[in-house]
Design a protein around this ligand. Structure first.
Ligand code: ADP
Ligand code: MG
Length: 526
């Protein structure tokens, strides 16, 4: 081989070993060279592409303007770089970062243009997925915020309708209008419940499914999400099935993966493992939400920055984030809510600078085979997910509550509309009522009066002090005093946020006269 041939072979090897598509054209945009990466990216061989008009072949569209604008800039400045969308041989679109340079001979005659094009499809997809997941988290947060405020308003409207209906004669035409207002408000209630359900990602009807194929199916998406610096390792060995909706399980894994990725800015390893495990009665006894038996275990472990113990403590709280305005604090609370919806258990074990492992146990539904199952070994820093409260009092079908004796109820509620409604319901049911518009008012009641109170019905969030804190102070004066906690949020969420201990009676607003009566009887008669 002569020197010139050697040089050409070297240059061809150079062009073909680059991962970006490198294409050159003559002055009329006719393709002159087309490297291996261009063949792989667009689907045409060099033989097919050479001789064609570049922009016609690739149907190039500039991100923010016609190809002309790019070419004009190229003419004027000799270089242009920007994002373009092009079409592959199979018709699919590809997002490309294109760098165009004018090629000149040593005597400055222009011979053509060289394009170096990099495929951006994966990073664009990743951006969209991250954006989507963030948006979902943000929407959930907005939804619960709106639902919370709306609940109080609707409760007042429904209560006033009830009140007005009671006072209007049956023949009074205005009664129909009042009923209509009531119906409209009831529709509002169901809307608000949907909003709350969305914020909490309530489940679709679950089906029996195996985790391993589902996780296998997520692999491509996970790899994209994690990016090149994070290695995904899987060890899928669960044969058991769980009762769940595929979307719920996917969201659990995706939320954990998003966090893991954010915890590994310099790269690392994400390991996802599944296994069937058997929980002995002893193992289960240490967890409020677990019973002995078979479970399918999912472990998601990263080698990221880890969490300090105070972060571990609060990690599952809704809106808790260490990421400033970039964080929503809803990733893990959603995981938590979803796992609880599946009657499962989630815990976290983390060490600063070493990494974080999430372990999820989901009740085993179908057969796993006859092999003896390994025992479940909890992580050293486990966080006990709080148990949910018993179903909201009054929700299961219960016979009409017994007529109330003249017991006294202390109502503490800062929203006057809600306070008035609750008072009306209680008096209608035959209770005696004293009310307070804020905790300090209730705390100022003389001992003699406090002695007569059969039960306290209190709002959770009030100015100055929470309903729970107020009760702690009242309990010091009268330890046997019982309370029902009213909130727009379901009881399990209050427990989860650490605002209420598990097992205390709650009543989700807006509630009806019937459910209030039932809740009172349950608390007073037990
Ligand atoms: P967000 O990601 O919006 O902050 P999350 O509920 O997903 O909200 O997580 C709450 C907090 O828990 C994070 O801000 C972070 O401090 C911590 N965290 C969650 N996952 C991990 C992890 N894999 N590694 C380290 N810290 C984590
Ligand atoms: Mg997150």
């Amino acid at each position: 081989m002569c020197r010139a041939e050697q040089q050409r072979a070297y240059e061809a090897a150079l062009l073909n070993s680059v991962h970006d598509a490198i294409i050159s054209t003559d002055r009329d945009q006719v393709i002159v060279s087309w490297n291996h990466a261009a063949e792989a990216l667009y689907g045409w061989t060099a033989l097919e592409a050479i001789g064609q008009q570049l922009d016609v072949l690739l149907d190039t569209r500039c991100g923010n303007g016609a190809p002309r604008t790019c070419l004009e800039r190229l003419d004027a400045e000799g270089h242009w770089e920007g994002e373009v969308v092009q079409r592959r041989r199979d018709g699919s679109l590809v997002h490309v970062l294109s760098s165009l340079s004018v090629m000149n001979l040593p005597d400055a005659t222009r011979v053509g243009v060289v394009a170096v094009n990099r495929d951006l499809t994966h990073s664009k997809q990743l951006e969209r997925e991250i954006h989507h997941s963030r948006r979902m988290e943000a929407v959930g947060r907005l939804a619960s915020g709106i639902a919370h405020d709306f609940n109080n308003i609707l409760m007042g409207i429904i209560g006033c309708c009830h009140l007005a209906e009671g006072q209007l004669d049956a023949r009074e035409p205005a009664r129909d209008y009042v009923s209509e207002i009531g119906y409209a408000a009831e529709r509002g209630v169901s809307l608000v419940r949907q909003l709350l359900a969305f914020g909490r990602q309530r489940a679709k009807p679950p089906v029996s499914l195996r985790l391993d194929p589902l996780l296998e199916g997520l692999r491509t998406m996970l790899e994209r999400l994690l990016g090149e610096d994070v290695r995904l390792v899987t060890s899928l060995r669960a044969r058991g099935t769980v009762l769940a909706d595929a979307g719920q399980l996917e969201q659990i894994v995706m939320n954990l993966a998003v966090n893991a990725r954010e915890a590994m800015p310099g790269g690392g390893t994400l390991e996802i493992a599944t296994q069937d495990v058997e929980l002995s009665a002893d193992d289960a006894a240490t967890h409020l939400d677990l019973t002995r038996g078979r479970y399918v275990m999912v472990r998601v472990a990263d080698t990221g920055v880890g969490m300090a113990s105070d972060v571990v403590e609060r990690a599952f709280e809704p809106f808790f984030t260490t990421k400033g305005i970039d964080g929503t604090g809803l990733g893990l609370s959603t995981v938590y809510a979803l796992v609880r919806q599946l009657d499962g258990h989630v815990e976290v074990d983390s060490r600063l600078g070493v990494g974080t492992t999430f372990t999820i146990l989901l009740p085993h539904h179908g057969e796993v085979g006859a092999d003896p199952l390994p025992r479940f070994v909890p992580g050293p820093h486990e966080v006990d997910a709080p148990a949910t409260l018993p179903a909201a009092p009054g929700e299961p079908p219960v016979a009409t509550p017994e007529p109330a004796r003249r017991e006294m109820v202390l109502v503490v509620e800062d929203d006057s509309l809600v306070r008035m409604t609750v008072r009306f319901y209680l008096e209608d049911a035959g209770y005696e009522v004293i009310d307070a518009s804020e905790p300090s008012e209730a705390l100022a009641l003389p001992d003699a009066q406090l002695e007569q109170v059969a039960v306290v019905l209190t709002d959770m969030v009030m100015p100055g002090m929470s309903g729970r804190e107020m009760m702690r102070q009242l309990e010091r004066r009268r330890p046997s005093l019982r309370a029902i906690y009213m909130s727009a949020y379901p009881g399990d969420m209050l427990v989860h946020e650490g605002r209420l201990e598990a097992g205390l009676p709650t009543l989700q607003k807006p509630f009806t006269e019937e459910s209030l009566a039932q809740a009172l009887r349950q608390t007073l008669d037990c």
